[in-house]
Design a protein around this ligand. Structure first.
Ligand code: PLP
Length: 393
């Protein structure tokens, strides 16, 4: 069975060009970049080039890039670096819709004596910069606000947010794990102090990420050990994956136009056709300010998990907007924060595309999904009740 992979916000396929560049570093070029000999030294040179490629994708200088093991480590490093570097400050600002990499860390810090403001979003998943402005205080150590949401694709007004935060002298971190490679990012133009990215979301392997740290930002390492990364992150570098990340960033820069034209066209076609063919379906989040590859669609009166299972039988891979926790299906914290009604939040599906998706695949999903929803609704007591209620109005 052919796999139709529409779950690229979860992870992506390693690009063939990336794999090819990585392979020599597992066997032939296995030197340690910290070694004095030239066998290791040549690897150090290649790492330098990879750092330059990552930096160039976001408009940074190479020595502002620090390699990490993933997006989660980048987020943790940024937040912990800020609070350790400003020990007198005990307040953190973030949003209610962050990825668990930020959300759970902030909740943990809250339990350990920090005051955390979780900014709300509206029904479209939008943030009001005024709320941020009002929350800032002399005690704020860091503001961490994601660039784009992993579930809905909604893009926050990061330029405006960065301006508000940095003008008040507070450190600003953004989790740009889903934004990098999908929309243009230039840290020269936007005053972010730290920015997280992750390899496996942009066709590099899992287990590698990066943190941009603007020159002059107070920084304390999270992983304390050797002198690697100029003393900012101990641990022998994951050389092959860093080489892969460099290549993936180079390719992402070349593909950004395609992401915003062809991939956007495919996403819009999928979304519009599904909305046309399926009654009681709605898109979650601001459709205007959104990543070009993502759509979160709610189908009222059906369970997202049931839809996923039936699509899975046909080889279609997507995600649902709920998490199976302790036997009960809880709608995701993102959809809850947006106030998506319970009946819709439960039946939400996220499709996230990449440059490897074809129009034929999108047509296949458009053909197969509506009958799946129809079949599931026939089995749903809530669907019957909703029709009866509508008829009596
Ligand atoms: N931040 C966002 C917005 C994400 O979507 C993800 C992964 O889904 C992460 C952070 C965590 O990245 P990683 O899986 O590399 O730890």
């Amino acid at each position: 069975m052919k796999v139709i992979y529409a779950d690229n916000n979860a992870t992506t396929q390693v690009a063939p060009e990336v794999l090819e560049e990585m392979l020599p570093y597992f066997h032939d070029l296995y030197g340690n970049p910290s070694s004095m000999h030239s066998f290791g030294g040549q690897v150090a040179q290649e790492l330098k080039e990879a750092r330059g490629k990552v930096a160039s994708l976001i408009g940074a200088a190479p020595d502002e890039i620090l390699f990490t093991s993933c997006g989660t480590e980048s987020d943790s490093t940024a937040i912990q670096a800020a609070i350790v570097s400003h020990p007198d400050k005990r307040h953190i600002i973030t949003t209610r819709v962050e990825h668990p990499a930020v959300k759970n860390l902030c909740e943990y810090l809250e339990k350990n004596g920090y005051r955390v403001t979780f900014l709300p979003v509206d029904r479209q998943g939008r943030l009001n910069p005024e709320d941020l402005y009002k929350s800032l205080s002399k005690d704020t150590a860091i503001v961490s606000i994601m660039w784009a949401n992993n579930e809905t694709g909604v893009i926050f007004p990061i330029e405006e947010i960065a301006q508000i935060v940095t003008q008040s002298g507070v450190v600003f971190h953004t989790d740009a794990v889903q934004a990098v490679g999908k929309i243009p990012i230039d840290v020269q133009k936007i005053s972010v102090d730290m920015l997280s990215l992750s390899g496996h979301k942009i066709h590099a392997p899992k287990g590698v990420g990066a943190l941009y740290v603007r020159k002059g930002t107070k920084f304390t390492p999270f992983l304390i050990g050797g002198h690697q990364e100029r003393g900012r992150r101990g641990g022998t570098e994951n050389v092959a994956s860093i080489i892969g990340l460099g290549k993936a960033c180079e390719l992402a820069g070349e593909h950004i136009e395609e992401e915003n034209e062809r991939v956007r066209y495919l996403r819009d076609k999928l979304e519009n056709e599904i909305l046309k063919l399926v009654p009681n379906a709605m898109v979650n989040g601001d459709r205007e300010h959104r990543l070009p590859n993502t759509t979160s669609i709610s189908f009222e009166y059906v369970e997202g998990e049931a839809i996923l299972l039936m699509m899975n039988e046909l080889g279609i891979c997507a995600s649902s907007g709920s998490a199976c926790t302790s036997g009960s299906l809880e709608p995701s914290h993102v959809l809850r924060a947006m106030g998506v009604p319970f009946t819709a939040a439960h039946g939400s599906i996220r499709f996230s595309l990449s440059i490897y998706n074809t129009e034929e695949e999108i047509d296949f999903i458009i053909a197969k999904l509506p009958p799946i929803i129809e079949r599931l609704r026939e089995l749903s007591p809530y669907w019957d009740q909703s029709k009866t209620a509508a008829a009596s109005q």
